[in-house]
Design a protein around this ligand. Structure first.
Ligand code: ADP
Ligand code: MG
Length: 397
């Protein structure tokens, strides 16, 4: 237990007063040794790769404060973690939302030689920035009027908006710009994450946003391994059209623009889709812009001229025509699914080809063959007919 002792006079007599202060807190040293991602888990364009390699070799022997800037989802946060992994330094994650008290405490108790990531550094509330800037610039912080020297912490900031940072602070950083990955490099990342070429194609046909891709991959993993069958389940659940690569919301969004003669404002679209403006701006629009389907101007949103002529409904119709019933890929998947389903192939042996076609069609429609009561099918009735019968029963129920 800590205490403060003060001397004072009372009635001419020298006295001592002992005041108990807060119990001594047990302070845990802050900073974690992490082991992912490694340098080899990351994919960079050549020029960025060179810069990163140079930095890596330098921070293995000493510290440099680094600012990683560029668009969202280009791997800035992951790279900061990679620096900690590759240099074997304890890693500390700081963001504005943690509040001044907590951040002070983390910095004071940081382990020796730690790397502190200040994620989205342009977003720091002023109070937090007041602590962090001197920490970066002079390696010390001010707490309750006292100066405290930090234990050789190296700072890595990430930001999408470097122009919002004060110039003197920028001067303290070694800066590296992150560019959007080319489609080839994106493929490389997805293959590193365990996707096969079909999964890669479908994912990239839908989005090039890694945050969204990572969410989809997490969902796919809930179904089992990352493969086309599980991807289809997730796309169906999330209402993403496998072939057009558009979500239900994106289709509705395009419909709204198509029906309007003039550019449409974000607010109007939000009201019609019953979605917030941020959701539209960050989830719905970026991929439509990238796919050159819409143009975003200060007057509002409109279809790209080529989309106006061609029209989305036509695009959709054609994609449905091409993919009527099922494709060779659906069939290939049906066969590989059936390989695992010995009971079905045994029970419906002579109708094997019909089963394959039925399963392929289900897969094509994003339905899940596991959901069918195959055990109730008899081999003296065509599979299609059993399906119809079962549907009839289900509807009566
Ligand atoms: N260049 C890259 N190499 C490997 N993975 C990447 C790359 N860029 C993004 N990713 C993947 O996308 C995810 C999000 O990237 P992140 O580092 O959070 O981007 P940022 O911080 O630039 O917005 C990462 O966890 C990683 O899985
Ligand atoms: Mg980030």
């Amino acid at each position: 237990m800590a205490s403060d002792i003060t001397d004072f006079y009372l009635n001419g007599i020298f006295q001592k007063r002992v005041v108990r202060t807060k119990p001594d807190e047990v302070v845990e040293p802050v900073g974690e040794i992490i082991n992912f991602p490694k340098f080899n888990d990351m994919v960079y364009e050549e020029n960025v790769k060179d810069a990163i390699n140079l930095i890596l070799s330098r921070i293995k022997s000493g510290k440099i404060n680094i600012l990683l800037y560029g668009s969202a989802g280009t791997g800035k946060t992951a790279t900061a973690q990679m620096f900690a992994v590759e240099t074997n330094r304890p890693f500390i994650y700081l963001t504005g939302t943690q509040g001044t008290k907590k951040i002070l405490k983390m910095l004071i108790n940081a382990k020796e030689n730690a790397i502190a990531l200040i994620d989205e550094i342009h977003n720091l509330p002023e109070k937090v920035a007041e602590i962090i800037y001197p920490a970066i610039q002079d390696g010390e912080i001010y707490s309750e009027g006292k100066r405290i020297k930090l234990k050789n912490i190296m700072f890595v900031g990430t930001t999408t908006e470097p122009e919002k940072l004060p110039k003197p602070l920028l001067d303290r950083f070694q800066m590296i710009e992150f560019e959007e990955l080319s489609p080839e490099k994106m493929k490389e990342v997805l293959i590193k994450k365990g996707c096969d070429k079909y999964v890669v194609d479908y994912l990239l046909n839908f989005t090039s946003n890694f945050r969204i891709i990572n969410n989809l991959l997490e969902m796919i993993k809930m179904y089992g391994e990352i493969n086309e069958m599980n991807l289809r389940k997730v796309f169906r659940l999330k209402k993403i059209n496998l072939y057009s690569g558009l979500s239900d919301y994106q289709e509705k969004y395009l419909d709204i623009l198509k029906k309007s003669e003039k550019p449409v404002g974000l607010r109007t679209i939000g009201l019609q889709l019953m979605k917030g403006e941020d959701y539209i701006k960050y989830e719905i629009e970026p991929d439509l812009v990238r796919k050159k389907m819409i143009v975003v101007t200060s007057r509002g949103r409109e279809l790209e001229p080529s989309m106006k002529e061609y029209g989305y409904s036509q695009l959709k119709k054609e994609s449905e025509k091409i993919h009527s019933k099922f494709t060779e890929e659906d069939r290939r998947m049906a066969i590989s699914w059936l390989k695992e389903q010995k009971q079905i192939t045994e029970a419906l042996g002579k109708r094997y080809l019909e089963v394959v076609n039925a399963v392929a069609e289900m897969i094509h429609n994003g339905e899940i063959p596991d959901g069918v009561d195959w055990g109730s099918y008899a081999d003296d009735i065509p599979v299609k007919q059993s399906m119809e019968n079962n549907r009839g029963i289900l509807e009566e129920l």
